[in-house]
Design a protein around this ligand. Sequence first.
Ligand code: ADP
Length: 405
Amino acid sequence: MKILVLNCGSSSIKYQLFDMLADETVLAKGLLERIGLPMGIVNHTPIGKEKIIYEQPIPNHTAGIEIIIKILIDKELGVIKSLNEIAAAGHRVAHGGEHFKNSVLINNETKSEISKCIQLAPLHNPANLKGILAVEQLIPGLPQVAVFDTSFHQSIPDYAYIYGIPYEYYEKMEIRRYGFHGTSHKYVSDKSAKLIGKNIDDLKIISCHLGNGASITAIENGKSIDNSMGFTPVEGLIMGTRCGDLDVGALLYIMEKENIDTKQANDLINKKSGVFGISGLSPDMRDIESAAKNGNKRAQLALDVYAYRVKKYIGAYAAAMNGLDLLIFTGGIGENSSFMREKIASDLEFLGIKLDSNLNNSAKGKDALISTTDSNAYIVVATTNEELVIARDTMCIVNDNLSKN
Ligand code: ADP
């Protein structure tokens, strides 16, 4: 059963084709960028063959998906003989609001509900929907499934998702904490519980997804009970270019003093802040770590602020759950930066956490236990794979649907 996984952004499309019955193997993956600009970039990797990159105008998402389909069945660069081999498409959808508590089969009703969520994620959901409509047009009748970044967090209780603003804004505009990166947090918490040989239903877990975007989740008995991202992905941890927690009064002050409008303010908190904003150098943690090593003070400050924020949330979530059994690091930084893991997880002995420096230093980009044998809580590095979760959910939902009909 071959599943095409699509992650459509406003100007890019990421894709992976999985063969689920052959050990969930990836047959091909790629990235289309600069959609809608005069010249686009197609980056395609058929597994086992050479990667290719070429330029071609990609006027819109339908044109982009048409390129992906053609390349997948291309005699030289392709990995399948015909489109009939694709059993279903799975889409990453950013926001499912309060409506979607699980992944769903796409039909007219679910499309209309995803459209309603556009007001909650105006930057992401329109592109996700465009991808769904393009596949519908290009491969008519292909079953499609939507997998939401928010649905894992629908178990967060009201006292954790309600903001301290007039309640009417929740009632009339659905302003609340939703939480994001749900697919990743669910995936790494399931596999880390297995790695330490425990039942997830018995664990208090804190999962740190530290990538370009970053969020941290408290998971009790397998259910998300809090996530640091909020109504939008800008809240919580310091990220590559997003500010994370910020006094909204400070933003209003900047807007007034600098005479900037909401769009510019949005750019400021989403694209110019975070480690990039603090260091003035780069959003990339590798650049920041090496600049700090070379004595750059603002890069060092960015590292300090970054680690402190994560540590603070670990303390908060341990308090929220009255304990901690398992701390997980994932995402590009969480999986690869032993330096940042150590900075975050050191001096947390009062929580029963003890990092083993040797194990930490040798864990890079692979699943590993990195706590000492006498640590009360386990610490695990777990590689995330959101595309695989989407492929798995898609296969389950399509098979369920087939067996019902
Ligand atoms: P995205 O959120 O775009 O999926 P990733 O999860 O790939 O991002 O994470 C990207 C981040 O991971 C970047 O800040 C990058 O610098 C960081 N990263 C990757 N490898 C390392 C490394 N070896 N050391 C430190 N940071 C790393």
